[in-house]
Design a protein around this ligand. Structure first.
Ligand code: GLU
Length: 465
């Protein structure tokens, strides 16, 4: 048994603004995998304090997308908006301990300060006007102005941490000004809430996007002021889209759930996303279980990873091929339902016959549909293969198929006999039959396809040629 303090606890803390895409969900995959690989806990926290931009629809996509990918959480979802009282209580403690002070500087004064600093080629930062110091006289408090609360950042020294991705990072405290941690209406600000949550939820490892690196030194200082040990940090490099830009909804990134609808398997997605910033030697294709056996924070990549849809499709095809037919049959059901197809007990065998030529479940479902609903032969292929010259042979074959036993060997024999009787070569019969039966000439071996089809349907399709 691990004691609570040695147990690894990770979290995924998305902001529900816009639909979660693959770049975001990778920040859920790694903390989930780390918790699972180490027997720890994975916590889901929804950072919904941006009231203007947070939506329930976006929360739904997060929860649905994670459930689909099998990224199950042990605790949560916790919503920051429901924890406001807790943040305010901690803020009051921090204030009582002397780590916080009111600042009455107006927006106009702040703007003027920034302009002066920029004109002097200095980095814009709050200058500590309202920070109490021994022997310092503070300006007189303006009337009717509600102050913000600022955090007393330590003066001098450095904030340092050993980032599991980026290595040692040291930031001089002089670079950090006194952060606003509560607005004039008393609501706490982002960085403060994150720290209170990470403390309360006993997070041991924060694994998140590197767009938060700049927040980390500020958060570490708040941890220390609250008397808490900061967690281990791992800041993941960005995921780029196919054009090499940072993946974002604004430049066309799809919601995670779109990949479910397009027929990707959760295990293939996990495999693909895992490799987008982490490696285990040269292993490209692996199961969820292998991933959890191998995953640790020591092999996270340092450079940005680029999304590649063709590669994702290839990974999906490998997983499709490897899935047992019965399981594949279960997976394809929702996609068949989309096509209005109700399958029967032939489904698993049909999946087995077609799985190595499909890269998504949608492609597979389209093949399967040909066994259950009418197919419209591809016009070009029909013109090419179903010629008047072969039609008598097709009728002859239909005649044999109408009486023979319905299994692959017997069907193969019937096709062979037809070839002998008509003097045609295999493709001259096989191609038109495939076009009529499946809609296209590019199918698995004809006897196998026919054996899985219904005799009546085949006869009707051959006779109507
Ligand atoms: N809510 C932040 C985001 O969605 C993540 C914060 C964190 O992981 O600390 O980018």
């Amino acid at each position: 048994m691990t004691t609570p303090s040695s147990r690894i606890r990770t979290r995924f803390a998305p902001s529900p603004t816009g639909f979660i895409h693959l770049g975001n969900i990778r920040s859920a995959l790694y903390p989930w995998a780390f918790a699972r690989a180490t027997g720890g806990d994975f916590i889901l926290r929804i950072e919904d304090t941006d009231l203007d931009r947070s939506t329930q629809a976006s929360v739904d996509v997060i929860i649905e997308g994670m459930a689909w990918l099998g990224l199950d959480h042990d605790e949560g979802p916790f919503y920051q908006m429901q924890r406001m009282d807790r943040y305010k209580a901690v803020l009051a403690d921090l204030q009582a301990a002397g780590h916080v002070y009111p600042c009455y500087m107006s927006m106009e004064e702040l703007d003027a300060l920034r302009e002066r600093q920029m004109a002097n080629k200095e980095k814009p930062r709050y200058d500590g006007t309202w920070r109490p110091m021994p022997g310092k006289t503070l300006p007189s408090v303006p009337e009717g102005v509600k102050p913000v609360l600022r955090f007393k950042n330590p003066l001098g020294g450095v904030v340092a941490w050993d980032d599991k991705v980026k290595g040692r990072i040291e930031i001089s405290n002089d670079e950090l000004d006194d952060l606003v941690i509560a607005r004039p209406d008393g609501t706490p600000t982002y960085n403060f809430c994150v720290v209170v949550d990470d403390i309360d939820m006993q997070i041991t490892h924060v694994i998140r996007g590197d767009d938060h690196v700049n927040n980390t030194p500020r958060q570490i200082n708040i941890f220390k002021a609250l008397g808490a040990e900061p967690p281990v940090y791992a800041h993941l490099p960005t995921v780029l889209n196919e054009q090499g830009e940072k993946m974002s909804k604004r430049n066309g990134a799809k919601a995670v759930t779109a990949y479910r609808d397009e027929g990707y398997l959760p295990d293939a997605m996990v495999n693909y996303l895992a490799r987008l910033g982490w490696s285990h030697g040269d292993d490209e294709i692996f199961s969820r279980q292998q991933f959890l056996e191998w995953f640790n924070l020591d092999h996270l990549g340092r450079s940005a990873a680029q999304f590649d849809e063709a590669k994702l499709k290839w990974v999906n095809a490998q997983h499709l091929k490897a899935l047992p037919d019965e399981q594949l049959a279960q997976r394809v059901l929702p996609h068949l339902a989309q096509l209005g197809v109700t399958a029967d007990d032939r489904l698993a065998s049909i999946c087995g016959l077609f799985k190595d030529r499909c890269d998504t479940l949608v492609v597979l479902a389209n093949w399967i549909a040909a066994f259950y609903v009418d197919v419209v032969p591809n016009a070009e292929e029909k013109a090419q293969h179903v010629t008047d010259a072969v039609k008598p042979a097709l009728l002859a074959l239909a005649c044999k198929l109408s009486v023979c036993a319905w299994d692959k060997t017997t069907i193969a024999a019937a096709i062979k006999e037809t070839l002998t009787e008509t003097g045609l070569k295999m493709p001259q019969i096989a191609m038109p039959v495939r076009v009529l039966v499946m809609g296209t000439a590019q199918t698995p071996s004809l006897d196998a396809v026919l054996a899985l089809s219904q005799r009546e349907k085949i006869l009707a399709r051959l006779k109507n040629a």
